[in-house]
Design a protein around this ligand. Sequence first.
Ligand SMILES: [Zn+2]
Length: 279
Amino acid sequence: MTQFSLGDFQPVADRVFVAVAEPAGVNIGLVVGPSGALVIDTGSAPAQGAAVRAAAERFAGVPVVAVLVTHWHYDHLFGLAGFAGVPSFAHDTVPAWLGRPECRTAASGLGVAVESLATPTNTFSLARVLDAGGRRVEVVHFGRGHTDGDVVAIVPDAGVIFTGDLLEGAGPPDFGADCHLKDWPGAVDGILGLVAEETVLVPGHGAPMDRMAAFRQRAEISGLFGQVEYLISRGVRLPDAYAEGDWPFDEATVRQVLPLAYAQLAGAGIVPRTQLPLA
Ligand SMILES: [Zn+2]
């Protein structure tokens, strides 16, 4: 039986807060404006979303007037049904995931009926400005990365960026089967282009990160992919790749991501060749 819980909202900047929702340890953002609040990510089940909404309104003293889902993964999206009547926002690619087996599998693992999930009321492809009760929040899709539809939320007057799972503060990034390894560093570059010395980056999981930590993680993600490209160019096949490589992440993470990296490169026609092609 999955245990759902929600921690207290903790300040990360001026009238910007984060609460951690279990079982996924996902960061729920709260941006409080003069007349309303924006919630960023919704938790892992409709009932958890309703609990987030109630806690946010009790804490902020204003109604939740908008909800942003940073990407389709269950811990970010499945609580959305708890925000009935509130305008919600996500990338254009998010609704289609609700009809896919990945979503069904995640729901059944949590004991959540997939039919009870909600689709965002508003989607966008590149960028959108949200009104958090009189406070401006900019949301941007910088390209594929952790998923095909990650969006980040920028709170300009507080110097805070909610990065979703494009950045990970609680360990290595989550390289799921639906990530886009080659594109991911470019999406992080979009974030880094907005970051100043004092900017607070709130990842999808874990403690807030600073600019240096984000630069480091960007380099690690691109380093992993570059290492696989290099090994393939040397003719190293998947079973030998771990032993042959020099890796920025722990063994379990690398072994999990290697088949994915090989498959994604094979999809681009890049495969190990041990013989020179005949002229
Ligand atoms: Zn995710």
